[in-house]
Ligand binder design. Structure first.
Ligand SMILES: [Zn+2]
Length: 336
């Protein structure tokens, strides 16, 4: 079983490895997660050690066979240079690559902001180091995936056969640069390269958000067989309707849903009591609770294992080939 969307955070003791800005550390949501996940009780000399140890321990104790742990690239200016002032959440690629090296269940999900000057070099480096999936955070990193300047990045990603994951739907956990960039309809350009694209969170928004990008996600799923959606953060109160909505979609759409938790954001049990019972999975392990809640919905027989073959070479024979759609022209060759 695979969880394709989990996070590790760095508090900032060693900023080269990763950090949360002062503002992010003080946010109510960050403080709530630190409390709710009982981080103070975890072993570790520093806050970052506690966060990492908790992830490794709970993953090892869980039913999951693998989890993709995501890095988080910084914000970059239009000239391709690092914008440290506007970077509020950073986890280096080397940090997750090292975690993956040390722990069997962890798969590295590196993160690259395609606006950075050395985006192509970093993409090649991460792929060579074993990261089969690259995450782009549209809202926090300020990346509009539809920009023609990203053509070389998408072309190289397709050549290297990496999977691109984009954040879709309104973001609430950290300061954002633009919510508009999270509209799944903006994913046409990478999708046209025929590579596997994952719309994280299936374009869902909360009922308090001014827009709902979910219909756009559904529309894109029908247009592109190489588009997938992950269910991360969907078992929570602000998005409590999302799983029920997904269950009503066509078989073709549901067969391209990937299990993701968005760990360490804890799942809510309340909205799913009738489906999954009072103690989903009969466990307190948040990774397993989240999985049990989602297994209570009809997402198809391969839901839990979907995507595993992309990361496990011995399972590659069972993998379905990706249908390649039309490839667009070169566009603007220069990066931003
Ligand atoms: Zn996430």
């Amino acid at each position: 079983m695979l969880d394709i969307h989990t996070h590790v955070f760095c508090w900032g003791e060693n900023p080269r490895e990763g950090f949360l800005s002062e503002e992010t550390r003080r946010r109510w949501l960050t403080r709530l997660i630190v409390r709710a996940t009982r981080l103070d009780r975890e072993l570790g000399e520093t806050r970052s050690d506690q966060i990492r140890n908790r992830l490794v321990r709970q993953l090892n104790e869980s039913k999951l066979s693998r989890a993709v742990v995501l890095a988080q690239d910084a914000v970059y200016r239009d000239d391709g240079e690092l914008d440290s002032k506007r970077t509020h959440f950073f986890v280096s690629n080397d940090y997750v690559l090292e975690l993956a090296d040390r722990h069997e269940k962890i798969l590295a999900g590196c993160s690259i902001n395609p606006m950075r000057r050395d985006a192509l070099e970093e993409l090649e480096r991460c792929a060579t180091a074993g990261s089969r999936l690259i995450k782009v955070h549209t809202a926090i990193q300020g990346v509009d995936p539809s920009l023609p300047g990203f053509e070389p990045f998408y072309r190289l990603a397709a050549e290297l056969d990496v999977i691109l994951m984009f954040h879709t739907g309104y973001e609430h956990s950290c300061r954002v640069i633009s919510q508009e960039f999270t509209d799944p309809r903006r994913l046409v350009r990478p999708l046209d390269h025929g590579l596997r694209v994952i719309a994280a969170h299936c374009g869902t928004c909360t009922s308090l958000d001014p827009e709902d990008y979910y219909p756009g996600f559904v529309e894109m799923m029908h247009r592109y067989p190489n588009l997938y959606g992950d269910t991360s953060i969907l078992a929570t109160w602000p998005r409590w309707r999302a799983l029920g909505r997904l269950e009503l979609e066509s078989g073709s759409l549901r067969s391209r849903l990937l299990h993701g938790s968005d760990y360490p954001f804890p799942p809510a049990r309340g909205p799913y009591v009738r489906r999954a019972g009072l103690r989903p999975g009969g466990t307190r392990n948040p990774l397993d609770v989240d999985l049990a809640i989602k297994q209570a919905f009809q997402f198809g027989p391969d839901y839990e294992t979907q995507g595993l073959a992309w990361f496990e070479p011995e399972l590659l024979d069972e993998q379905e080939p990706v249908p390649v759609t039309a490839t667009v022209g070169c566009g603007n060759m220069s990066m931003m």
